[in-house]
Unconditional design. Sequence first.
Length: 387
Amino acid sequence: MDRGAACPGCGALSARVHSRYERRIADAPVGGQPVPIALSVPRLFCDAPACQRVTFAKQIEGLTRRYGRPPPLSQRVVGALGVVLAARAVVRLALLLGITVSRMTVLRTVMALPEPVWTVPRVLGVDEFATGKGRRYGTILLDCETRQPIDLLPDREAETLAAWLRAHAGVEIICRDRAAFFADGARSGAPDAQHCADKWHLWHNLAEAVERLVSHHRTLLRDLVEPDPPPDPEPGADPEPTEAPEAAPYPPGKFLDRRRDTHAAVRAHLKQRLSQREIARRLGLGRGTVRKYARAASPEAMLHGQWHNRTSNLDPHRPYLQQRISEGCTNLSQLHRELLERGVRCSYQTLRDYAHALRPRRNPPMARPPSPRQVTGWIMSHPDHLR
């Protein structure tokens, strides 16, 4: 059993057993659980006098490997996961498989994987990639038929690509974009190869051309949205200045919706003859809040805000403020000085809050015309995918 083990130092066959020792392999996953493996491994003696390695341990194929504690099966699993996932993700996923590994071990395992064997492709894809966008670019080469990456070039110069093509003859079709350095390098390195563009670059170039055309005529997009013309006044009717309606204490929105929902919930529990204490516990409200909702006949009856039915010392001067605002004076600091000159004592904050309801409502903003990018998307999309 021990005879025939090759020495890793000189390659000579060992003839004698030096000793035996117990070797513990890292926990191997069995059924999703880590199981420790302990082996009794023979230590062999090398008979070659010129060999610097006097003793060595015999390895078990598929179970142990030299200078490594994890079994080869675990290494293959970690390497396969590290190729498709990040190191930290592999660490978390490996724990579910019963493998304890660190992220640095994952990186070392991936870097130690052998490079895949490839042959010179018939259809070669050439494109650029950025290691520092705007500063450093390289060239990626791949087989368009198998979609397998082949090589990475350190730059995107024409001579670099031409030298690679000369060293790997046999390329019949080169799929590339319209970059000048790729065109020159392909013609110089493979003069007999045909050149073509892939579907992505064709579609991308077409989209850029359409967007440039739409941007050139962007003024026509503004004509698609026209403001509604103001209504014509009735003949013989003198235009009268309209006063701006007073602002509601609470504008319609989420506040009123939430209050209506709460009022409806409280009234529904009251119909079930529940006590206010029980309603407050179920709805997560205070007893006082439940009592207020129970006494109110409608949600609108509870709308008594800060400015609801409240008088102000600026009410006698409301016509003057409306006249000045209708004349176009919207500078509140100037209006405040004018009121002080008229003998009105009020603060700037009081005037600001009071004049907010007197300002005329602005017309709704005109809808924005579609952008060139949006119109380009409409043109480039399939008609069945448009609304």
